[in-house]
Design a binder for this molecule. Structure first.
Ligand code: NAD
Ligand code: ZN
Length: 371
């Protein structure tokens, strides 16, 4: 059984100037978590699992025996994983608990949960005793395809998301697609927009796979899912390897995110999930690119169709295009960045474009939906 599930795992490697680590993608991998961690840290006897009550309830009972089988004891530290709890106070609370339990500089953390848990646990790992190691065990599709890999960790400030953080790569990423079984349908679909994003910006073959197999992927068939996920992760791993600190190429991974973040903010993080905002953002970037003469009509249509095949996106927040445009600027200004758009140039390739005329952006926003 163990052998069989081992055969169903795909291993990718992230190689950056400062780190090199495996990303394991497969079905039933929680059961092998211990032996896999041991392969990297042979002396490991104890780990601190950072998770949320809900995720621990669903998957703690699978993870803990997987660790125990390799002689690793798991101590769970649970946190509130609502976006509002992604704050420094949560990191501090966890750090106090780590200290009380005797965690020293050799401690190993395991982040079991979605992007909120991963970002908080990653930042905790980056800062606890000036840095300890951690393993990402993402349990949402957004976290598996995006946040667990790449080393970006952090928490929110009142004035904006992810404004307090650090780059800190994990020791490994273990993505068990089985954990997605308990994910609400909406969360699952939201993550699929990030998979579509990777296909559009960097993998035409993955795009074709999604065109043909969206029904299997939506049905969460492990094989289809593992294939799509592994390919999407390969896109991200390749880009992160070439531009660890987002000075250039890594910006491409923000396809759909410039619009997406503005829409997320305007929705007050209530009506739109992050991935759904990205879905809208991909539609906007596609239309903008086509409008500017940078994307052939045929490719634009194909992208719009694949996004639509994921499901119906929730309504956009009620805001005039001018208001959305102002928000696009505000987000970038806060982060000290220029307003740039990542635009698809053809399926499998995107580019960062500067100096897009305001009128074109407004026109696309007007076409997009209700104000
Ligand atoms: N660091 C990065 O590079 C990066 C990239 C993308 C997103 N993020 C961050 O990730 C966060 C969003 O993450 P998310 O979309 O994973 O959402 P999330 O972490 O908010 O999780 C969504 C919900 O699903 C629940 N959940 C998680 N796993 C489950 C499972 N297997 N079964 C049932 N329920 C489960 C959680 O308890 C939560 O209620 C945001 O804070 C975003 O900023 C970070
Ligand atoms: Zn994203």
């Amino acid at each position: 059984m163990a052998k069989e599930s081992r055969a169903r795992a795909t291993t990718l490697w992230v190689r950056t100037p400062t780190a090199r680590y495996p990303v394991w993608v497969g079905s039933g991998l929680l059961a092998q978590s211990g032996q896999r961690i041991k392969s990297l840290r042979p002396g490991c006897r104890r780990v601190f699992v950072i998770s949320s009550p809900r995720v621990w309830r669903h998957w703690g009972a699978k993870l803990a025996p997987g660790l125990r089988a390799a002689g690793i004891r798991a101590e769970a530290l649970l946190m509130d994983d609502r976006e509002q709890a992604k704050r420094l106070a949560t990191v501090e609370g966890l750090a106090e608990k780590l200290l009380a339990r005797g965690a020293d500089r050799g401690a190993l953390l395991v982040a079991l949960g979605g992007g909120v848990v991963g970002d908080v646990a990653g930042y905790l790992a980056a800062s606890y005793m000036r840095g300890v190691e951690y393993v990402q065990v993402p349990t949402t599709l957004v976290a598996q395809v995006d946040s667990a890999l790449g080393g970006k960790t952090g928490v929110n400030l009142r004035g904006g998301k992810n404004l307090l953080g650090a780059f800190h790569h994990p020791l490994a990423v273990l993505a068990d697609v089985r954990t997605l079984d308990t994910l609400p349908a909406r969360e699952y679909r939201a993550g699929l927009y990030e998979v579509v994003k990777c296909a559009v910006l960097g993998d035409a073959a993955l795009f074709r796979f999604l065109q043909r197999n969206m029904a299997s992927v939506l049905a969460r068939r492990p094989q289809a899912l593992r294939r799509a996920l592994a390919r999407a992760l390969r896109v991200k791993a390749r880009i992160v390897g070439r531009d660890e600190r987002e000075h250039g190429e890594r910006r491409l991974l923000n396809l759909g995110h410039t619009f997406g973040h503005a829409l997320e903010t305007l929705s007050g993080y209530r009506n739109l999930r992050h991935g759904e905002a990205v879905g809208w953002g991909i539609l906007a970037a596609t239309q903008l690119s086509h409008r500017l003469g940078l994307l052939p009509e045929r490719d634009a249509r194909r992208i719009l169709r694949v996004v639509a095949s994921v499901g119906r996106l929730p309504a956009l927040p009620r805001a005039k295009p001018e208001r959305v445009y102002a928000q696009l600027f505000a987000d970038k200004k806060k982060a000290g960045k220029e307003l740039r758009f990542v635009l698809p140039r053809r399926i499998g390739r995107a580019e960062v474009i500067e100096g897009v005329p305001r009128g074109d952006v407004l026109a696309v926003l007007r076409d997009l939906g209700p104000q």
